[in-house]
Design a protein around this ligand. Structure first.
Ligand code: ADP
Ligand code: MG
Length: 255
């Protein structure tokens, strides 16, 4: 059995018309192993979100191949793709995307309900217990802190036991301590349940929770690091030219 759960081969994503075309992804080849945690870093506009959208089937590449658990999703029809997204993929965004009028438990259950799935009563409780929020199931998002809201979003993403959990700057709006709580949850999904996490981040501290850091520049891979300290990651960012000032600042001056 192969351990590769997600495989991108020469993925190109082209936006725009004839006069101003841009290759948001200009030929990206990457493999992700089951039970691994990958951080994706790169300057603003380097194609990180586009990479996540193509890898997760939210968007289709212009050319190239995306295989999830052996299924080619590039050419899949919309119906099959949405089943695959729903059952094998979880997504967490920077701004949580919770519905304010629903309770925590209702938010967690919503995607499954919309999909017409019957949910075991315990499934939502279990998902909330995984993120330490079983006691807040009847609260509304407005009564929770940012970190708690993101943990609800993670519970929602984990409910379907996805093979791959994608995060687009999931800690981008959180302070250092709450970000740590969220990152430890992502780490636990990998270490305890062999799920695969792919997370875009600007923060070297967040990236230091990953097993691997891949760097993007102008829609292309620009090297990678194995598991590294925040200082090593920041050091690497400093050498990516235009990005240096940002990287240096976020670790408090590694000059
Ligand atoms: P990042 O997440 O690294 O900031 P993105 O993946 O959002 O980068 O964008 C990569 C490039 O593609 C940028 O130049 C961006 O302007 C362009 N782009 C992204 N989405 C679209 C779109 N829907 N239409 C046109 N251009 C886009
Ligand atoms: Mg982005």
């Amino acid at each position: 059995m192969t351990r590769t759960v997600l495989e991108l081969t020469d993925v190109v994503k082209r936006y725009g018309g004839r006069r101003r075309e841009i290759d948001a992804l200009a030929g990206v080849t990457l493999q992700f192993q089951r039970g691994s945690f990958t951080a994706v870093m790169g300057p603003s506009g380097s194609g990180k979100s586009t990479l996540l959208q193509c890898a997760s089937g939210l968007d289709r590449p212009t050319s190239g191949s995306v295989r999830l658990e052996g299924h080619e999703i590039g050419g899949m029809d919309e119906r099959h793709l949405s089943v695959l997204r729903r059952e094998r993929i979880g997504f967490v965004f920077q701004d949580y995307n919770l519905l304010p009028a629903l309770t925590v438990a209702q938010n967690v259950a919503l995607p499954a309900r919309l999909a017409g799935h019957r949910l075991a009563r315990t499934a939502v409780t279990q998902a909330l217990a995984q993120v330490g929020l079983e006691h807040r199931s009847t609260a509304r998002p407005g009564e929770l802190s940012g970190g708690q809201r993101q943990r609800v979003a993670i519970a929602r993403a984990l409910l379907g036991k996805p093979a791959v959990l994608f995060g687009d700057e999931p800690t981008g709006a959180l302070d250092t301590r709450t970000a740590g709580d969220v990152l430890r949850l992502l780490r636990a999904a990998v270490d305890e349940r062999q799920q695969t996490v792919v997370m875009v981040t600007h923060d070297p501290v967040a990236a230091s929770y990953a097993d691997r850091v891949v760097f993007l520049a102008d829609g292309r891979l620009d090297g990678e690091l194995g598991r590294s300290s925040a200082e090593q990651i920041a050091e690497r960012m400093v050498h990516l030219g235009a990005w240096g000032a940002v990287a240096g600042a976020s670790v408090g001056g590694t000059s």
